[in-house]
Design a protein around this ligand. Structure first.
Ligand code: NIG
Ligand code: FE
Length: 425
């Protein structure tokens, strides 16, 4: 007998049916069903519609039932950009930033990513795992059901492999889906900076030692590069991403965050899965992204946390036809949040995205960025039963109530993985 669950009592059920990627006006199409219901079989959606439609189906009688009591249901969030595994916060830098130091000044003095690298190298796999598991529970508590996770705080062979192996272990031991990305090219590590040709030699290490090991043990699906001032140039990024592709890793990029380098154009040229950040894109970049299949992933948590005024031009990107996604960029340096609802709030007030557009960007378009849009990101027959239930009556209240967690229940593959202790109703 198949394991079935009949879910009813959704005042609004946002299916986001109709496939992805979503561009332009289709970002606003949530396919909202009032008094919605869904039938789940073996973790997969077997039916979705109004309560009357779903209850009329043969085989719903006698199944286990879950009544959502008039709350709002949407696909679980797909957070397509996180630096899940890191050893500690960088709260000391937060204080410096508040006093006026910039992210790049702190990085030049050996803080920033290199600060996290020191802490990562000193940490045991057990310590890292404990911290990551606690974070994963929090992701689930905010309605996220799939995340991407990047390496990039190890920057030597043992430490990068330590992180990537953890991704695999964590994926096997807890319910959230983890899509692993190799970010060996985050910055040039300290020990290579002292040498002439340090960046070149480090890239050789990536090509000759790290990428073969990553591929051999199937530790990552994507290869990412931080292409920016103070990190890797466009030419260096191209070399790393092409090497990654030779080992079977699809490219994605950190692009146009601190300065405009041409990284987004490279991402498009290489048919990267996504290019992320994009605060500094110019008009031509926007036009090119509008015509490309590379997802434009916006990370407003970074600008908020760093206190920067210049957010990515979301409206122009949407108008140009770009596939806009939203993600947390959960990391200790620029965006220490794992709350997708908070990202939706920032998307609405700072990026001027409508609540419906923000939800689409955080679900089906995030799934496209991870090349998982056939499995997750919308509530459709045959897809995974991944849902976030919010204790609100109208979906627009999800971003409206900023900084508080209204997530009442999270369901992954038909199993409840988070339930709020108390409810207001
Ligand atoms: O996405 N920009 C590069 N990487 C991260 C920041 C990493 C850090 O500061 O630790 C980001 O913002
Ligand atoms: Fe990042």
């Amino acid at each position: 007998m198949a394991n079935s669950l009949l879910i009813t009592g959704a005042s609004q059920l946002l299916t986001l049916r109709g496939g992805g990627p979503r561009r332009g006006d289709s970002l606003s199409d949530l396919d909202l069903i009032e008094d919605g219901a869904a039938l789940v079989r073996d973790g997969v959606i077997a039916a979705v519609g109004t309560r009357a439609q779903v209850e009329a189906l043969p085989g719903t009688r006698g199944t286990e039932k879950l009544d959502l009591g008039g709350r709002v249901v949407l696909p679980g969030f797909v957070d397509s950009h996180t630096h899940l595994v890191h050893a500690a916060s960088r709260v000391e830098e937060y204080q410096l930033k508040i006093q006026g130091a910039s992210y790049e000044e702190i990085a030049r003095k050996g803080g920033g990513i290199l600060n996290s690298v020191k802490k990562m190298r000193a940490a045991t796999a057990d310590e890292l795992k404990k911290r990551a598991l606690a974070a994963l529970q929090q992701f689930a508590a905010y309605g996220t059901t799939t995340i991407e996770a990047k390496s990039g705080y190890g920057l030597d062979v043992p430490s990068e492999l330590k992180i990537l192996k953890l991704h695999k272990e964590l994926a096997a031991e807890q319910p959230l889906e983890i899509v692993s990305t190799f970010l060996g090219a985050h910055v040039v590590p300290e020990e290579f900076r002292k040498k002439a040709d340090g960046a070149k030699r480090y890239i050789q290490l990536l090509e000759e030692n790290l990428l073969p090991a990553v591929a051999e043990h199937q530790l990552a699906e994507f290869c990412d590069v931080f292409c920016d001032r103070g990190a890797f140039s466009v030419a260096e990024s191209k070399r790393v991403l092409q090497a990654g592709r030779q080992w079977g890793l699809a490219p994605r990029m950190h692009a146009e965050q601190l300065s405009r380098t041409g990284a987004a154009r490279l991402a498009i040229l290489l048919r990267a899965a996504s290019c992320d950040h994009l605060e500094q894109v110019n008009k031509n970049d926007i036009r090119a992204l509008g015509k490309s299949d590379t997802v434009a992933t916006l990370l407003p948590g970074c600008d908020f946390h760093l206190g920067l005024k210049k957010y990515a031009p979301a409206r122009d990107l949407i108008d140009a036809g770009a596939i806009v996604a939203l993600a947390t960029d959960y990391n200790p340096g620029t965006s220490p949040t794992l709350s997708m609802p908070m990202i939706l709030s920032l998307a609405c007030t700072q990026l001027r995205m409508a609540p419906a557009e923000a939800i689409t960007a955080a679900t089906i378009n995030g799934a496209c960025a991870l090349r998982r849009d056939k499995q997750v990101g919308s509530l459709e027959v045959g897809k995974q039963a991944d849902m976030a239930v919010f204790d609100v009556a109208d979906y627009r209240e999800i971003p409206y109530y900023f900084g508080v967690n209204q997530c009442w229940m999270t369901i992954k593959r038909g199993c409840v993985i988070h339930a709020a202790k108390e409810s207001r109703n």
